[in-house]
Design a protein around this ligand. Sequence first.
Ligand SMILES: Cc1cc2nc3c(=O)[nH]c(=O)nc-3n(C[C@H](O)[C@H](O)[C@H](O)COP(=O)(O)OP(=O)(O)OC[C@H]3O[C@@H](n4cnc5c(N)ncnc54)[C@H](O)[C@@H]3O)c2cc1C
Length: 327
Amino acid sequence: MSREFTIIGAGVAGLCVATELVSRGAKVALHDTQGLPGPASCSWWAGGMLAPFCEGEAAPEAVVRLGRAAAGWWQGHGVPVTHNGTLVIALGRDRQELDRFARRTKDHSRLDAPAIAALEPDLGERFSTALFYAGEAHLAPREALSVLAARLAQNGVAINTDAAPPSASHIDCRGLAARDSLRDLRGVKGEMLILRCPQIDLKRPVRLLHPRIPIYLVPRGDGVYMLGATQIESNDRNRATVRSVLELLSAAYALHPAFGEAEILEVGVDARPAFPDNVPRVIRQGGVVHANGLFRHGFLLAPALAGMVADHVLNGARPELFHEYHP
Ligand SMILES: Cc1cc2nc3c(=O)[nH]c(=O)nc-3n(C[C@H](O)[C@H](O)[C@H](O)COP(=O)(O)OP(=O)(O)OC[C@H]3O[C@@H](n4cnc5c(N)ncnc54)[C@H](O)[C@@H]3O)c2cc1C
């Protein structure tokens, strides 16, 4: 089998596939017309939660199982990962949401108000019960992308911004842009904000459950938080709506009124690439191998997906998430 590969797309999927192949001794050429990962890639807007157990509330078992290895993979490739777990809470009137979430997920413990206060002093007096997922972690996506890109550059793999030469055999990691060749790929729009709120010091991702507008806050340090995220069936990657921003901010304000004083640093929007079952796929379509469909699990599942791409292109394996499409 060839050990030289052209990868198109340098979002989290392309960078993880390139990293995995290089670490197994292959030669890689990486093309992204936008250059280093930035606002044009969906990966730029992610929360960076490595939360397989919480995701199990709505995702299939494979997402939980494959996602458990993510934190170790990122750390093994030089990316800082914070292992502070995840706190899941609900306002009094939504207590049944917490019970439902607990029933549908594993590896959590129930906390009372003093235990919440011990973990997150700013929330302890506001919530009487919570779920704590001690085994979960988070990272800063933009830092993670730039660490992978820098390490690849050290290994002689720069991101080439010229359009890749036409080729019948390459690895396609173009995210939602690959809808031109993957007909069952769709977009799931996500809107998010970056807030600065130094009055509050959260140490871990906090998810606030709500029947219609669940939100999460991921600490980025220095009082900066990523507030996410809507989940809307739409391919729109450009416009955040007033309704979405209002709802996200209202929910943050309900979590803690100090968010009323927060500065809005960014409003972000993109559409997550997803297949009908919301599970990513390695797809062989003629000479092209696609790594796509990471949905809301880009940083959680790209390491596992990259490993499967490498197993397939280097060893001819047909791994768990492998599919064959006929061109
Ligand atoms: C608001 C929001 C919050 C999220 N939160 C999380 C989270 O907490 N945890 C998590 O794991 N995931 C999260 N995700 C999901 C994650 O962001 C996506 O699953 C992931 O970014 C998809 O990565 P990708 O590499 O497939 O696509 P992209 O990141 O979009 O990368 C595709 C790349 O291909 C390039 N490209 C396109 N066409 C061409 C071409 N013709 N030639 C060359 N290059 C091309 C683009 O420039 C782009 O850089 C979130 C997503 C959103 C929107």
